[in-house]
Design a protein around this ligand. Structure first.
Ligand code: NAD
Length: 505
C-alpha cells in the first residue's frame, strides 16, 4: 500500500494513500490501473485515491466470490456460526465508529456528528438485524395432498454485484452486504468512486470478524467501467443497486440481457404534505430535517413541501427564518448542521436549479448561492423556493441538495393530486393531527413508504423501496430474503404412491 496520507483534523486516523481491490480477504498490492483521486469536499484537497478495476479485475473479484460460494464454508455453515460472525462485524463497527465516521466525512462531507449519531450505528445495526433475522426464518410445508409432503426451502442465490451511492456510503452499502451474505451468498461490492473510504475499511473489519476470504470482495471505479463490468459478468447472479434513476435503467437493461434479478433503489421527489390540521411546530421541525439533514443529499428527502393555503404564509415564513439560521460549515465541527456537498459538479448542478426555478416564475425565499465565508469547499446556503405550480421543473426533478421547493394547495384532493403528480414514488410525508385525514392520505398516495407526523424512520423489518421511477424491489427483512434467496420445492411421498406403469406391454 502507498504511504498513508495523514489527517489534519483527527491525527489519530489516516486514510489509505491508495485503495486497491480487496479480493479473497486482502488488499492487492498496487497495480498499474487508472488512478482516480478521492477529494475532501470541505477543502477540495486529495485525501486518497482508488485504483479503477477494469473488466479483468472485476473478473478476478467475481471468480473469488464464485469460488467462495461454490466451495467455501460460508454458504454451508450453521446459521449460528454465520450469526456470530455478523454480530462480530457489528461489534467491530461500533468499536471503530469514530474512525469510520471520520473516513466517511473525509470523502462525503457529511457532518461527523451526524455520522456518529446515525450513519455509523445504522451500519452496525444492519449486520445485527440480519444476524437476528436469519435465526428466525423458516420455510413452508404443504400437506393438503396427504400422500405427499411438499417442502419449500430457501437457498442462497450465488454471487451478487452490490453497487452503492455516494450520499450515505457506509449505511447504504452495508445494508446490501449484510442482507446479501446473511443468507449465504457471496458478493463483489463497488462503492461510488467519490466515496470509497469507509467501505474499504469495512472490508478489513469483515475479515477480522472471521468471515471467510472471498465472501465479500471490493472493487472501485467509475460506473460505466467497473460497475458495468460487474453487471455484465456472467458469474454474477443478481444485482443490487442504489443510485440515480437513469443509472438504474441502464443497469436493469444490461442485467436483463443475462436474466439477472435486480433490486433498484432510485431517486425521489418526495411530497411532504403539511395540512392545516398539523401540529405546526412539529411539522416545521420535520420539514427542515426532511430536506436539510445529510447535507440535503437524501433519496428520501421531503423536497417538495406542499402546504395548505390556510397556514402557508406562516409556515413558509417560519421555515425560511429557521433555514437561514442553519449552521453551514466544517463537517468536523460538532455545531455544523450542513457540511459541503459531495463534489464540485454536484454543487454546480444543485446551484443551477436556482436559475431554473426563477426562470419558471418561482420566488427565491432564502439562500440560492454558495455559502459565504469559504474560500474552498463545496458549501451551499440552505435554499428554499416557492413554485407557482407543481408542474415546474423544481417540483418534478430531483435536485438532491439543500434545496426545498414549496407549493401551496387548497384542500385534501388537490394535495393528493399534487403528491401523485410525479414520475417518482419513493416516500411521502403527511402532517396532520386529524386521524381521518392522515389515514385517508396514506391510502391515496402512491409511494413505497409513507411517514405520518414524523421525519424519516427506518424500520429494518419493514420493506423500503419505491414505485414508479423510484425503483424496483424492496430492501428490509422479508424483502431482502426474497431477493437474496431462491425458493426450492421438494416433494416426497409419505408412503409408496400409485404410479402409472409405462412399458408394461
Ligand atoms: P449514480 O447513479 O451516478 O451512481 C451510483 C452508483 O452507480 C455509483 O457507484 C456509480 O459508480 C454506479 N454506476 C454509475 N453508472 C453505472 C453503470 N452504467 N453501471 C453500473 N454502475 C454504475 O448516482 P447519482 O445519480 O450521482 O446518485 C444520487 C442518486 O442516488 C439520487 O438519485 C438518489 O435519489 C439516489 N439514491 C437512492 C436511494 C434509495 O434508497 N432509493 C438512496 C440513496 C441515493
Amino acid at each position: 500500500m502507498d504511504q498513508p496520507i495523514a489527517a489534519e483534523t483527527a491525527p489519530e486516523f489516516a486514510t489509505r494513500g491508495r485503495i486497491t481491490p480487496f479480493i479473497d480477504g486482502a488488499f492487492l498490492p498496487p497495480g498499474d490501473a487508472i488512478i482516480l483521486p478521492v477529494l475532501y469536499p470541505a477543502t477540495e484537497e486529495q485525501v486518497s485515491a482508488v485504483e479503477e478495476a477494469d473488466a479483468a479485475m472485476v473478473d478476478r473479484a467475481v471468480k473469488a466470490a464464485r469460488t467462495a460460494f461454490e466451495h467455501g464454508p460460508w454458504p454451508r455453515m450453521q446459521v449460528a456460526e454465520r450469526q456470530a460472525a455478523m454480530r462480530k462485524v457489528a461489534a467491530l463497527i461500533r468499536t471503530h465508529a469514530r474512525e469510520l465516521a471520520w473516513l466517511e466525512c473525509r470523502n462525503s462531507g457529511i457532518p461527523f456528528a451526524h455520522l456518529m449519531r446515525l450513519g455509523i450505528p445504522r451500519a452496525a445495526q444492519n449486520f445485527e438485524f440480519f444476524a437476528e433475522f436469519i435465526g428466525q426464518s423458516a420455510g413452508q410445508v404443504y400437506t393438503q395432498d396427504n400422500r405427499y409432503l411438499t417442502l419449500v426451502t430457501r437457498e442462497p442465490v450465488g454471487v451478487a454485484a452490490l453497487i452503492g451511492p455516494w450520499n450515505s456510503p457506509l449505511a447504504l452499502t452495508s445494508m446490501k452486504i449484510a442482507g446479501c451474505i446473511a443468507f449465504g451468498n457471496c458478493c463483489v461490492v463497488k462503492p461510488a468512486e467519490q466515496t470509497p473510504l469507509a467501505v474499504a475499511r469495512l472490508m478489513e473489519l469483515i475479515q477480522e470478524a472471521g468471515i471467510p476470504p472471498g465472501v465479500v470482495n471490493l472493487v472501485n471505479g467509475r460506473g460505466h467501467i467497473t460497475g458495468d463490468a460487474m453487471v455484465r459478468h456472467p458469474g454474477v447472479d443478481l444485482v443490487s443497486f442504489t443510485g440515480g434513476t437513469a443509472t438504474g435503467k441502464t443497469i436493469m437493461s444490461t442485467a436483463g440481457a443475462g436474466l439477472k434479478p435486480c433490486s433498484l433503489e432510485l431517486g425521489g421527489k418526495s411530497a411532504n404534505i403539511i395540512f392545516a390540521s398539523a401540529n405546526f411546530e412539529r411539522a416545521l421541525d420535520g420539514a427542515l430535517l426532511g430536506i436539510f439533514s445529510n447535507n440535503g443529499q437524501q433519496c428520501l428527502a421531503g423536497s417538495r413541501i406542499l402546504v395548505e393555503r390556510r397556514i402557508a404564509d406562516d409556515f413558509i415564513a417560519a421555515f425560511t427564518a429557521r433555514a437561514a439560521r442553519i449552521k453551514v460549515g466544517d463537517p468536523m465541527d460538532p455545531m455544523t448542521e450542513i457540511g459541503p456537498l459531495a463534489f464540485r459538479a454536484h454543487l454546480e448542478r444543485v446551484l443551477s436549479y436556482v436559475g431554473i426555478a426563477e426562470a419558471e416564475g418561482a420566488t427565491l425565499l432564502t439562500g440560492g448561492a454558495r455559502a459565504p465565508g469559504f474560500t474552498r469547499g463545496h458549501y451551499m446556503q440552505p435554499t428554499a423556493v416557492l413554485a407557482p405550480s407543481n408542474q415546474t421543473r423544481v417540483c418534478q426533478e430531483e435536485v438532491f441538495g439543500p434545496f426545498a421547493t414549496f407549493v401551496i394547495f387548497d384542500g385534501f384532493d388537490e394535495a393528493i393530486a399534487m403528491a401523485n403528480e410525479s414520475r417518482f414514488g419513493l416516500v411521502s410525508y403527511v402532517w396532520s393531527d386529524d386521524v381521518g385525514i392522515a389515514l385517508k392520505a396514506t391510502r391515496a398516495i402512491r409511494s413505497g413508504v409513507v411517514w405520518v407526523n414524523t421525519p424519516m424512520v427506518r424500520e429494518l423489518r419493514a420493506p423500503f423501496g419505491g414505485v414508479k421511477e423510484s425503483g424496483l424491489g424492496r430492501e428490509g427483512g422479508h424483502s431482502s430474503m426474497q431477493f437474496y434467496t431462491a425458493e426450492k420445492t421438494t416433494t416426497i411421498p409419505v408412503e409408496a404412491v400409485g404410479m402409472a406403469r409405462m412399458g408394461m406391454g
